[in-house]
Design a binder for this molecule. Structure first.
Ligand code: ACO
Length: 321
């Protein structure tokens, strides 16, 4: 039996933290008290002009490759989860492949599932590895959501940040990933979207993120609980048997409600939303890498990673680290 196992993790955040008070100083009509009380967010990182998703991905990927003890050329599958790609095309994965100097000719492509993107990409990579077609995958979540924010819309611009996280996933005789589940329901596309594009050389529609915050809140709480229970059931496990829950980092109240539904104390939930904000597809691998590097997550720990985002999409992966 071939399993897929995480061999190394890495992450990268651009620049210095930008506090809620810094946003006020920049002219956003908000307050630290409002943002912390409604979301738990205290600061986020914002990429400087000219720094793109592939640049953040490159540093996170190099750190994950080093942690895995392999070389870039040992990787035969590269998947980048992003909704803020450098270009319309080529994919951010292709650009990252070049930046990493990978000459192996392995497959490289992007996955677009917004904040569920990393969980989608990890699950796809696992299926390639379990099939025997590929041996070692680099899976990255990288975002520059600051580029798609309307800084005059205080209901959204205070929520997001930029960053990247990465894992090397490789074939192993021992698990590894034990279960995964991916879902989407496109009928909810309008509650969280960037309803614009570029056509004929001009922006068509609206190029900024729009959200019905309360609808998103209710949907996220329901599906994050459901999908965590789904992967646990697939593996014949119960919430009490997991060491760590790493949910998408959108809002501390969504995370707390999910933990409560699963009967988990917040001590077993990795949270970074206070210092990263919502980094969309990067949030789960950023949180994973942080907890691996600070020693909370150790070999053999059982972890549920889960995401929910625009589409709507949602999914979870249960793994032994
Ligand atoms: N600062 C100060 N006041 C604000 C701000 C702000 N940044 N944003 C909104 N307000 C005001 C509104 O103008 C409104 O004022 P009014 O009552 O005078 O009209 C008041 O606060 C309440 O606005 P609501 O939008 O109703 O606020 P709500 O309690 O719903 O909180 C929030 C908004 C935090 C976005 C909440 O709906 C939420 O957490 N939703 C989840 C959305 C989320 O996390 N999205 C992330 C992306 S989705 C994902 O990653 C899955």
């Amino acid at each position: 039996m071939i399993y897929a196992r995480i061999a190394g993790t890495g992450s990268y955040l651009p620049g210095d933290p930008v506090s809620n008070d810094d946003l006020v100083a920049r002219g956003v009509d908000t307050s630290d008290e409002w943002i912390v009380g409604r979301t738990g967010i205290r600061s986020r990182h914002l990429a400087p002009a000219g720094v793109n998703a592939s640049d953040l991905a490159q540093v996170a990927a190099e750190r994950a490759i080093e942690a895995a003890g392999c070389m870039a050329d040992d990787i035969d599958l590269l998947i980048v989860a992003t909704s803020t790609p450098d270009y319309v095309f080529p994919s951010t994965a292709a650009l990252l492949q070049a930046k990493l100097g990978m000459r192996s000719g392995g497959a490289a492509f992007d996955v677009q599932a917004v904040c569920s993107g990393f969980v989608y990409a990890l699950s796809i990579a696992e299926k390639f590895i379990r099939s025997g077609s590929h041996k070692r995958a680099l899976v990255v979540g990288a975002e520059v959501f600051s580029r798609i924010l309307d800084w005059s819309d205080r209901g959204t611009c205070v929520l997001f940040g930029d960053g990247a996280g990465a894992v090397v996933l490789e074939a192993s005789p021992a698990p590894g990933i034990r279960a995964s589940a991916l879902h989407a329901d496109g009928s909810h596309h309008a509650i969280l979207c960037v309803p614009g594009n570029v056509a004929g050389g001009v922006v068509t529609g609206d190029p900024f993120l729009r959200m019905d915050g309360q609808a998103v809140f209710k949907f996220a709480v329901k599906v994050l609980g459901d999908v965590a229970l789904e992967v646990l059931e697939q593996a014949g496990a119960v919430p009490a048997q997991i060491d760590w829950l790493i949910p998408h980092q959108a809002n501390i109240r969504i995370i707390q409600a999910t933990a409560k539904r699963l009967g988990l104390s917040m001590e077993r939930v990795i949270t970074t939303v206070d210092v990263h904000g919502n980094t969309s597809a990067a949030s789960v691998p950023l949180a994973l890498d942080l907890a691996v590097r600070d020693g909370r997550i150790r070999p053999g720990h059982r972890i549920v990673l889960e995401g929910v985002g625009g589409g709507f999409t949602w999914g979870a992966v249960l793994l032994d680290f």
